[in-house]
Write a protein that binds this ligand. Structure first.
Ligand code: ATP
Ligand code: MG
Length: 620
């Protein structure tokens, strides 16, 4: 116990109020304020990210361009070689033939090398873009208010970010390997073809463009199908995670069969949508295959006929046939790539529309820090507040808490106590009036300043699926392992932590399921010890403890509260008996305010509560 005291004094003695570390701004590719404009504009969104890494993108697409040009010109070099060989029969000077061979070999070498250079840059750049996209979307998503998440399935949102990363990688790859090459191929081949036979060139140009336009129209027609598939696939992910995450609840109520049938129904409709989307693509491929077969046969007959009447050389035949194939196959590749592009664009677009809706409120551009280290004065001035749905919860609510004062909020369920704490933490925004800390409106404070000045021990303690050590350290990243151990000791956690399989290194399970409610609460108290902020918010901080544990922890809490402003909500009034002030709330209004002993003497709601609890809890 003496050691506990010493460690606690060490912790509470150093009231440095160090702000927690925030993300490094240099990691931001596109700022939050710019992101909402890309909701529903996946192509512009991707272009923005490509521009941020302009040089490697230019290298990728430049070398792809060079490689494709070489491939096209190799067919004219083949023509040159064939014709030169025809002119210089064996026995005469064959030097020009060898020059033609070297030229062709050089072109083939540049062609192959260029692909590799493009591939090298793409391997690094396209992957980097997926990182940029996911980092920015995660940052933006986590900037949304509490209300945003309560309306949507958080698990599905997280899955969507990965989908967006994959979609951007696939789109860039499609553009580099499947769209740009056939496009360039077709254009350059047409140019070459026109140089041999303007008539044939013009005819094939007209046909190629008609074919491409037809393919594109059909591909675009499928866009809606692909979007609805993307939507229902993301939805299924969310539903599955929701059920798996709540399996104990599902089992308790015997709803396993119901959930399985429900999911089967959802899967059926998703598969139906996907089937239609894929069949649409197959129809597209079929149309193209038939048209290409007919056109290639026609081209072959035409050029051989020209050769027959002496209007074309053998070299011309070879070149036209290879260019013809290139053009027609080019349009097919293009069509298939376009369909895939449309699908992935739809997927990316769906994610962007869901995540990039404007934030309810930003950290203002002129958001500031406290001019001096905060002392912890809290005041609610004429606050009016209601949730998006429902009547006013607080009406003209006024409360002033001097620095270092301990105030207990008491009142019946639904009287607005948690709401007051949520407003102080800026989880929700007041409709009128202001919440001030040290005379500064919390709306003017930067996120860093606001979070840095308070620590919270909530009723429902959230823990991350990390070690006990990391969970206590959460919010104070600079703390050493010894500091964490000291905080755990101060919050009377050491005994149960050491009994865990791996002590401080034990992983606590999803949301902390491997610990009891009381243990989770004690970890949260240790976390608050370590954070050492001037304002301490306790929302039913000891509700999950039995009377004996509570008795133990009261002492620790008492030390934690020393020298801090404390605002505590507690149903168990014994927790508040040493407080400076008790504020009794009723339907969003303060009906009593005074020291516990004062209120105990007064014939009012507080004494009523006390009398009621005297029957409930005999050890009070
Ligand atoms: P308890 O003692 O049960 O925790 P409380 O005093 O903390 O109650 P609050 O949670 O502040 O009560 O709720 C005050 C009122 O606001 C209640 O009428 C409640 O129905 C309403 N309310 C709370 N949260 C929401 C929400 N997210 N959306 C709409 N109304 C809400
Ligand atoms: Mg509450």
């Amino acid at each position: 116990m003496a050691q506990t005291l010493k460690l606690t004094q060490k912790l509470t003695g150093q009231m440095t109020h160090e702000p927690s570390r925030v993300s490094n701004d240099s990691e931001i590719t596109v700022p939050d304020t710019d992101l909402p404009q890309y909701a529903g504009h996946p192509v512009r969104f991707l272009m923005r990210y490509a521009r941020n890494r302009a040089f490697p993108h230019v290298m990728v697409f430049g070398f792809v361009g060079l490689a494709v040009s070489c491939a096209v010109f190799s067919s004219s070099s083949i023509r040159h070689l064939v014709d030169t060989m025809n002119q210089h029969k064996a026995g005469t000077s064959v030097r020009p033939v060898w020059i033609a061979v070297i030229w062709l070999a050089g072109i083939i070498a540049v062609d192959n090398l260029s692909w590799r250079v493009a591939g090298w840059y793409a391997a690094k750049t396209f992957v980097a873009v997926t990182g940029d996209v996911r980092r920015d979307l995660f940052r933006y998503l986590t900037g949304h208010s509490t209300g945003y998440f309560s309306d949507r399935m958080p698990a599905a949102l997280a899955a969507r970010i990965s989908t967006a990363g994959n979609a951007s990688f696939t789109l860039e790859s499609l553009l580099a390997w499947n769209i740009l090459p056939p496009c360039l191929n077709v254009l350059l081949s047409i140019g070459l073809m026109i140089s041999v036979s303007p008539l044939m060139g013009s005819v094939i140009t007209a046909l190629a463009f008609t074919l491409a336009a037809l393919m594109f129209r059909m591909a675009r027609g499928g866009k809606k199908l692909h979007s609805s598939y993307a939507g229902s696939a993301a939805n299924i992910d969310g539903e599955m995670q929701d059920v798996v995450g709540n399996l104990p609840l599902v089992r308790t109520f015997g709803m396993l069969g119901f959930e399985r049938t429900r999911l089967a129904g959802l899967l059926d409709s998703e598969m139906a949508v996907r089937g239609v989307s894929l069949r649409n693509m197959e129809i597209l491929r079929l149309v193209h295959a038939v048209l290409t077969a007919i056109l290639t046969a026609g081209l072959l007959v035409w050029i051989v006929w020209l050769w027959q009447v002496g209007a074309a050389t053998v070299g011309d035949v070879v070149m036209v046939v290879s260019l013809g194939f290139m053009i027609l196959h080019g349009t097919r590749d293009l069509a298939v790539a376009l369909v895939e592009t449309v699908q992935h664009t739809a997927r990316l677009g769906e994610t962007l529309s869901t995540i990039l809706i404007p934030h309810e409120m930003h950290d203002r551009a002129d958001a500031r820090d406290f001019p001096t280290p905060p002392k912890g004065e809290v005041s609610f001035q004429d606050v009016v507040f209601h949730y998006p749905t429902g009547p006013n919860v607080l009406e003209h609510f006024n409360l002033h808490v001097a620095p270092g004062t301990r105030v207990g909020l008491v009142g019946r369920s639904g009287s607005g106590k948690s709401t007051v704490l949520a407003l102080l933490q800026r989880q929700r925004y007041v409709q009128d009036g202001a919440v001030m800390i040290d005379g500064v409106n919390i709306l003017d404070l930067s996120e860093k300043a606001l979070r840095g000045c308070m620590s919270v021990v909530p009723q429902d303690v959230s823990l991350l699926r990390r070690s006990v050590m990391d969970n206590i350290r959460y919010g104070t990243p600079g703390a050493s392992d010894d500091d964490v151990r000291a905080a755990a000791e101060a919050a009377e956690c050491t005994d149960f932590i050491m009994a865990l399989p791996e002590g401080f290194a034990t992983e606590v399970g999803d949301r902390g399921v491997k610990l009891s409610g009381g243990q989770r609460q004690r970890l949260a108290i240790a976390r608050a010890f370590l954070r050492n902020a001037p304002i301490l918010i306790l929302d039913e901080a000891t509700s999950a403890l039995d009377s004996e544990s509570e008795h133990h922890i009261q002492e620790a809490l008492h030390r934690l509260m020393q020298g801090r402003t404390v605002i505590a909500v507690a149903h168990r009034l014994s927790t508040l008996k040493d407080f400076d002030r008790i504020v009794v709330m009723q339907k969003g209004k303060i009906v009593e305010d005074g020291s516990p002993s004062e209120l105990e003497r007064r014939d009012g709601p507080y004494r009523e509560f006390l009398e009621l609890q005297a029957f409930d809890i005999p050890d009070l």
